[in-house]
Design a binder for this molecule. Structure first.
Ligand code: URP
Ligand code: ZN
Ligand code: ZN
Length: 485
């Protein structure tokens, strides 16, 4: 099947021009002005933006977590992503402690295969990594899983000690892969939670009050220091605060191959959300928590200046009625996570581009190109270029919607609330092509479960050339080389 997209304004991370795109089967064949080629299907994209499909590098579908499982399946979550203009996700496999990561990968392949609307990759959540299991990391890379997530929070569940973190990072540095870090001091947070509960504080807002920004900053600082000594690239996930951002900037300035993402919830929602009436604050129990509003301007500044390199959603949906309810009498039992896979592109376009925080090229870069580069998917994904996958979004910059879980145009996620209820957006996905097939058109789903494919990712493709810091030896592998004066 061939498709000709005519008269659109093509915007990539680098370019902005008027041209036609000819797609033959799954990839882009030709880009030019007034192309005269025969195509099975012609799309008139006049007055539309034509952008690379969104790439969301942080989602949790069918994730067992907090005594329950995220409410979106690979089928429902990826379909909602497609409606919102995202054509590729990287989701998380979880290693069960003490068991093989390769087995965990097989389990996740079985969950996702044949179900997804769009292409997907996997990161591996490592929960333990004794020396004898370290070679598995190379096997994962050979299977196209070239990034891992480790946690400094959730003691007794997902937390890794610093030794495990160092071992994993050192191996990642050797293999050309990358560690993603959930950076918060979970041990101290657990103490704060115990104090809060012992004083009778059970409401959702204590989720935020027991996770201060300083403990996020401490986690970021420690993770970056370990990565620096391990000589490995690192990607800080869901960075939420100015304190943490400053730590990222310091490390980047001294040459650490450090990347960071933030998410729409930290840019657009703030700590006052926990004061919604009754138990509604539970909708925002996600980790790290929502912060004081002034942090938002700092995060936008970080995105503008490239201290922060990507915007993901950390889509981790739990229904308010049946799942968040688990923690009605104890905030620490509320399953952590919130929805957003469907709303990212419109939210960032409206509140980022239209409100003047970032320009339109940066919008494409943050939502598609940069994560594609960091996570080994570029130039297959993340751009509009000859030879790239025809993952293309035709985006109407003038289409207005009000995001609501009751609005059938903005809510296809399997969850009983929207974190962005009532947010107005101007800028909305009109048509979505996934490897050349039209899967969404004017809010109608034209695809099928199973259209999406697992994508084996290549090595880390970071954008920093590390200028070595002065006191770190050039080569990490030997023990002696870590003992710098
Ligand atoms: O609250 C969150 N973010 N839940 C998902 C798990 C994680 O830490 O990313
Ligand atoms: Zn996390
Ligand atoms: Zn997450």
């Amino acid at each position: 099947m061939s498709v000709l997209i005519k008269n659109g304004r093509i915007v990539t991370a680098a370019d902005d021009y008027q041209a036609d795109i000819f797609i033959n089967n799954s990839t882009i064949d030709l880009i030019g002005i007034n192309l005269s080629v025969d195509a099975d299907h012609v799309i008139d994209a006049s007055r539309m933006l034509v952008i690379p499909g969104g790439l969301d590098p942080h989602t949790h579908l069918e994730l067992p977590f907090g005594g329950t499982e995220t409410s979106d399946t690979f089928e429902t979550g990826t379909r909602a992503a497609a409606f919102g203009g995202t054509t590729c996700i990287i989701d998380f496999v979880v290693q069960a402690k003490g068991t093989s990561t390769i087995e965990a990968l097989d389990t996740w392949h079985a969950k996702a295969a044949g179900k997804t609307a769009i292409d997907y990759g996997f990161h591996m959540i490592i929960t333990d990594m004794p020396e004898e299991r370290v070679p598995e990391m190379r096997k994962l890379a050979d299977e196209g899983v070239t990034s891992y997530k480790l946690f400094m929070s959730y003691p007794g569940a997902l937390l890794s000690d610093d030794g495990t973190i160092f071992r994993a990072m050192r191996k990642a540095g050797e293999d050309g892969t990358i560690v993603c870090m959930h950076a918060e001091n979970g041990i101290v947070i657990d103490e704060l939670i115990k104090i809060a509960l012992s004083e009778g504080h059970i409401e959702p807002k204590y989720h935020a009050l027991t996770r201060p920004t300083r403990l996020e900053a401490e986690g970021v600082h420690r993770a970056l220091a370990i990565a620096e000594v391990a000589r490995a690239p690192i990607y800080i996930v869901h960075l939420s605060s100015y304190d943490a951002l400053q730590e990222l900037r310091y490390a980047q300035a001294r040459g650490v191959m450090a990347h960071g993402e933030t998410c729409p919830q930290y840019l657009l929602l703030d700590v006052n959300a926990y004061d919604e009436p009754g138990f509604d604050g539970a909708k925002y129990v996600l980790t790290p928590p929502l912060r004081a509003k002034w942090n938002q301007a700092e995060l936008w500044r970080g995105l503008r200046g490239n201290a922060l390199n990507a915007i993901s959603t950390d889509h981790c949906p739990f229904c308010l009625k049946e799942q968040k309810e688990i923690g009605r009498n104890d905030f620490s039992k509320i399953p952590n996570g919130g929805p957003g896979i469907e709303n990212r592109m419109s939210l960032i376009y409206h509140y980022g581009v239209a409100e003047g925080h970032i320009d339109i090229n940066r919008f494409v870069e943050l939502t598609s190109t940069a994560p594609a580069k960091i996570f080994g998917l570029f130039p297959k994904k993340g751009t509009i270029a000859v030879g790239s996958d025809a993952d293309i979004v035709i985006f109407d910059p003038n289409h207005e919607e009000t995001i609501s879980y009751r609005n059938s145009k903005t809510h296809h996620m399997n969850i009983d609330y929207s974190a962005y209820e009532g947010f107005k957006v101007k800028g909305f996905t009109k048509t979505v092509l996934s490897r050349g097939r039209i899967i969404v058109d004017n809010s109608e789903y034209l695809g099928r479960a199973g259209d999406g494919e697992f994508i084996k990712r290549g090595p880390y493709g970071g954008m920093y050339t590390p200028s070595r810091s002065s006191n770190i030896p050039d080569i990490a592998p030997s023990v002696n080389s870590h003992l710098s004066p």
